[in-house]
Write a protein that binds this ligand. Structure first.
Ligand code: FPP
Ligand code: MG
Length: 334
């Protein structure tokens, strides 16, 4: 099957449900763990790989439903680093399926431009065969300027691997002098993740009845609505998608409040950190690697409350500006 299957006319009931859902908050970024392909294959007396082929077909169909609903970003777990541990037959089958589908995507490049979909690959693609790496890179390049929707395909990906990779980027940044150790923060780590160009994940769906995240978007889903759906991925229907969106809408208010509180807290911690390191800088203790730490100043800095007087506030603002400049230079380098 193609990435852009022939559209079936929606029934009046589908149109009605779509209109009702669209009158409420629709998630803008949906992530999917497409689980249950092999169980589907067994259930239907097929080869395992056939289950993955059906899984791809379901993905193509689901992307159309998402576009119709106004979901502008979809992230799918296509191949985990853990999947390399499956039998060589299955791994080769999955890699071959991906080769075929990305080659098809390149053949259909006019369709991808027409639909305005930008494809991104998230993961350590160096772990993949060279020819597949090239296909993936070309798909990313030809679609890079499309801006109607984004499809992130997680390939040779796990979330913990992504976080380790981000940590390594930051420690290298410190060693190379782009940033200081004190610049390392949650906010900066987030900008080093594969998803750094994505908006936050609003809704994460996992099919097949399993209720865990399997190392998928662990960082990004901290404030996402989670929907665990009982059907196997190839059986996923538009009604399952509508139900997941309804679940998101029911929990929308609470999730928004939790996310806002988290953002406020994160900004407060950053201001506190800037204040602390500004004081250390003023005292002549730059937190460069290996620099001596003055216990007295550190205790003072750790216990400090945010500055009340104008002069100190200006100094903190100047420190924050310089820190952001260091971060920007570092991120441009990364
Ligand atoms: C999980 O089901 C599914 C996968 C490991 C592969 C998902 C891949 C696709 C749907 C194809 C995507 C292809 C492209 C080109 C994007 P499972 O194998 O764990 O099944 P089980 O849970 O029943 O064992
Ligand atoms: Mg599974």
């Amino acid at each position: 099957m193609t990435w852009f299957p022939e559209r079936r006319q929606p029934t009046w009931l589908q149109r009605f449900c779509e209109a009702v859902l669209k009158s409420g908050p629709v998630p803008r970024h949906v992530a999917i763990i497409m689980d249950g392909n092999r169980r589907f294959a067994v259930k239907n007396s097929m080869e395992k790989c056939e289950g993955h082929v059906k899984g791809f077909d379901k993905l193509a169909e689901t992307l159309e439903w998402c576009l119709d609903l106004g979901i502008t970003e979809v992230t799918v777990y296509a191949f985990s680093i853990e999947n390399f541990k499956r039998s060589p037959d299955e791994v080769n089958g999955l890699l071959e399926l991906s080769r075929q589908k990305f080659a098809k995507l390149l053949e259909e490049r006019n369709l991808i431009q027409e639909h305005g979909v930008c494809v991104r690959i998230l993961g350590d693609i160096a772990l993949l065969p060279r020819d597949l790496q090239e296909l993936l890179a070309e798909a990313v390049t030809i679609s890079a300027n499309n801006d109607r929707a984004i499809l992130n395909v997680c390939f040779a990906y796990t979330s913990r691997d992504d976080m380790c990779h981000a940590m390594r980027e930051m420690t290298d940044g410190v060693k190379e002098g782009f940033i200081r150790e004190s610049d390392i923060s949650e906010g900066l780590l987030e900008k080093c993740l594969y998803t750094s160009h994505s908006r936050h994940v609003d809704l994460l769906i996992r099919t097949s009845g399993e209720v865990r995240l399997s190392d998928f978007l662990l960082w990004e889903s901290a404030y996402s609505c989670l929907a665990f759906v009982k059907v196997l991925w190839p059986e996923f229907s538009i009604w399952n998608l509508y139900a997941a969106i309804l679940h998101y809408q029911r929990n929308y208010g609470k999730i928004q409040i939790a996310r806002q509180n988290f953002m406020i807290e994160r900004e407060r911690l950053q201001r506190e950190s800037d204040h602390r390191y500004m004081l250390e800088e003023e005292a002549g203790i730059c937190s460069k690697p290996g620099s001596p730490v003055d216990t007295k100043t550190s205790v003072l800095a750790t216990n400090c409350v945010l500055p009340q007087n104008k002069n100190a506030q200006t100094l903190v603002q100047q420190y924050a500006k310089a820190r952001k400049e260091r971060e920007d230079t570092f991120l441009a380098h990364v």
